[in-house]
Ligand binder design. Structure first.
Ligand code: ATP
Ligand code: MG
Length: 462
């Protein structure tokens, strides 16, 4: 079950191996466990290191105390003691077996154990159930290294039991598949689908974290395709899009395949992933299509109004999952605007740039580009229009144009000095002057805007 590879030992940084050796020297076993070993086996650099040990929390505390190592004692709440070192924090957890899971999420009781063979049973997948000692020797009782080679996500032991104990593991499997590009082993996938309904017992926040991880992964399209039945428990519309043909010359795929193609075209940056708002907007952007679908008299499919319906779906789901307010606002706005045609002329672009925050517009361009690339070749000339939009918006910015009435060279006091009484009407006048400025009827100088304001007051005396 073990395999000594001294080259991997180098991959455990000194601050972590020191902790391992310290606990070992007190007569206990200690290993780096879980995700860090998986990452090392896959040739990646772990972002953190968790230690599993036969030492009970009070024994770990006593070892740290004697060695003068600072620590947080989270033993009562989380069963962990976290060593605080100059290299980073190291979470140390006693080998354990989690008791029954009556709420499908948290073990009712934790029983401390003394060996890896017992600790491994509480872990989710074989690739996450490997251990490495301070010498770099790997302990792999479930065949995690083999599954890393085969690019497989496989539940530890009986998959039905694993998912019954903790339904969140169902989404973790899809997230790891999205991150690593691994297939899910058929029996594990079958059990995930069998137990998918139990996801209803998991808190919205936890589901949201996993869903964001899923859409942001490098291999998100294939992971979502595989996990479609499971994800449909959270977002039923995903399942409705599978096999839903669009009957349009602009689309050569069903709605789900088009959606996954759009998601695949949202830029992925190595080490950073995808922008989570864009990735989530890509997932939701067309989910309203099946509900809006109509044939016209020529047998051509139309899905008029689908951005609004997709937006409602995004709002419903993301609120249910208790996502942060700003995230929900931005994702739903991107979904609503994804199909908006911005006419490539200066006034239209200026208006649009004044209506929405620059960050949203930049994201919208990325989403629209991804959407066009995921259409049949017939729609590709729309890319040119997006490029024209870019040129115009750059020209506008370079020309010193302003995009908010707060940046006009006049303000409310100037309007009052023209004899207008204070009140909401001041804002309305400024709004109208701002529109006229965008339309090129005046320029953004105090003189020009004041002249325009006087004209406006003559046309519409207050
Ligand atoms: P990441 O790189 O995303 O942190 P990770 O594998 O380290 O991946 P964590 O959530 O940090 O994942 O958990 C650390 C380890 O704890 C896992 O590798 C796994 O062995 C175990 N683990 C975490 N959550 C669960 C769970 N819900 N069920 C079973 N084992 C789990
Ligand atoms: Mg981790």
């Amino acid at each position: 079950m073990s395999n000594n590879d001294s080259s991997t030992a180098k991959r455990i940084p000194p601050y972590v191996s020191e902790i391992l050796k310290l606990i070992e020297s007190s007569g206990h076993k200690a290993y780096v466990a879980g995700g860090a070993v998986r990452d090392i086996v896959l040739g990646k650099t772990p972002h953190d290191y968790d230690v599993a040990t036969s030492a009970k929390p009070d024994e770990t505390i006593s070892v740290f105390g004697k060695a003068g190592i600072n620590y947080y004692d989270n033993a009562a709440k989380h069963g962990t003691v976290t060593a605080v070192t100059s290299g980073g924090d190291v979470e140390v957890t006693t080998f354990r077996e989690d008791g029954s899971y009556s709420d499908m999420r948290r073990p009712d009781e934790v029983v401390f154990k003394t060996s890896i063979e017992e600790d491994v049973r509480r872990r989710d997948f074989t690739i996450n159930a490997m251990y490495m000692d301070s010498e770099g020797k790997i302990y792999d009782p479930e065949g995690g290294q083999e599954d890393c080679k085969k690019h497989l996500i496989r539940a530890v032991g009986n998959p039905d039991e694993r998912f019954r104990e903790d339904a969140l593991r169902i989404l973790r499997a899809i997230r790891f598949s999205s991150r690593l590009g691994f297939e899910i082993e058929p029996e594990t996938l079958r059990a995930m689908e069998t137990h998918a309904d139990e996801l209803e017992k998991i808190s919205g926040e936890r589901i949201a974290t996993e869903l964001i991880g899923i859409v942001c992964g490098k291999y998100a399209p294939q992971a979502i395709r595989t996990g479609c039945n499971v994800l449909s428990v959270i977002v039923p519309e995903i399942g409705e899009c599978k096999g839903f043909e669009q009957h349009s010359k602009y689309h050569d795929r069903d709605v789900l395949e088009h959606t996954l193609d759009v998601l695949g075209h949202i830029p992925y940056v190595e080490g950073e992933g995808r922008d989570s708002e864009l990735a989530m907007a890509a997932l939701f952007h067309d989910l309203g299509k099946p509900a809006c679908f109509r044939f016209d008299e020529n047998g051509v499919g139309h899905m008029k109004g689908h951005p609004r319906v997709s937006e409602e779906i995004a709002l419903r789901v993301l609120n249910e999952l208790k996502c942060p307010k700003q995230f929900i606002t931005n994702v739903s706005l991107l979904v609503r605007l994804h199909d908006t045609y911005i006419y490539p002329d200066r006034i239209q672009v200026h208006k649009f740039m004044s209506m929405y925050h620059e960050e949203i517009l930049n994201k919208l361009k990325v989403l629209q580009r991804a959407d066009i690339l995921a259409h049949s070749p017939l729609g590709q000339n729309r890319i040119r229009r997006l490029e024209e939009l870019n040129v115009i918006s750059e020209e506008l910015k370079a020309s010193g144009a302003v995009f908010s009435l707060k940046d006009l060279a006049i303000d409310g006091r100037d309007i009052i000095s023209l004899g207008v009484k204070e009140g909401p009407v001041i804002g309305e006048i400024l709004e109208e002057i701002f529109n006229r400025y965008i339309e090129g009827k005046c320029v953004n100088t105090k003189d020009s805007l004041t002249t325009e304001a006087k004209k406006l007051l003559l046309e519409r005396p207050i």
